[in-house]
Design a protein around this ligand. Sequence first.
Ligand code: FAD
Length: 272
Amino acid sequence: MIPAPFDYVRAESVDEAISALGSHEDAKLLAGGHSLLPAMRLRVAHPGTLVDIGRLRDLSYVRDDDDTIAIGALTRHHDVANAEALHAGCPIVAYAAGQIGDPQVRHMGTIGGSVAHGDPAGDMPSVLLALDATFVAQGPNGMREIPASGFFTSLFETALAHDEVLTEIRVPKSADGWSYMKFNRRSQDWALVGVAAVRSNGGAKVALTNMGLTPMRAAGVEEALSGGADPAAAAGRADEGTSPPSDAFGSAEYRRSLVKVLVKRALQEAMA
Ligand code: FAD
């Protein structure tokens, strides 16, 4: 379908983008356009103005910052997948970026767009949730940091205000013991279910893709591990607190069963 009519503004800086968002009530940022434009074509999104930040090159970087790695929000999935700093310091992020869509999607889509879109089926949100990443947002009143645990608020909704731009994502270095299990029928498809696991203090932090309205931590699994359960026993609690969708690709019941298998495999890989 053809999108509803909209105005277009190209921002030359983050400040310009914030001011354009503030002066148009129904404006939306456009980054790689690989989630927003399909939604506009389906007419499930109809912003009156698009504020294009896709050419803000100074928001495209991956930097080693001592204990953390800082990733600019406009960094394309392809560049995340190939960043040396991530391969050395936080390989799960590079690996998961390489699992997103196909090469065309990875050359256009951005890590910031994946996060800000708040799609529970997206690969990167659950990986960043398992890592306890920090999101940096800039708005008219300055900069603030939002922990991943408080960022994803509901289906396609996040803690970002209408006039805030996500500028940076910070991930703690975490190189030993990780796994991202993405289950899909064809290699370039979205995850039917995904599981991110990162080894931590003898246990693991585990987050789930496409098991509810938001990406979520597998609290039951983490509790079982910290109580001394082995991966197979802990994985039995993988669907606790989830509300997976039923759709043409699989029923909720199938996803509940699948997530237990994937959590077990992810834990075995991360803790091996
Ligand atoms: P856009 O589409 O430009 O924006 C998405 C939303 O985020 C909009 O609401 C926009 O206003 C907001 N936004 C963007 N940047 C910012 C920012 N810096 N600050 C605040 N708000 C912002 N994703 C997966 O995870 N796994 C897949 O397997 C997968 N497969 C795909 C297959 C296809 C065919 C397509 C078209 C997309 C696929 N995607 C997949 C989605 C892809 O990863 C998108 O690129 C990503 O979800 C959104 O990034 P974007 O830069 O394109 O954002």
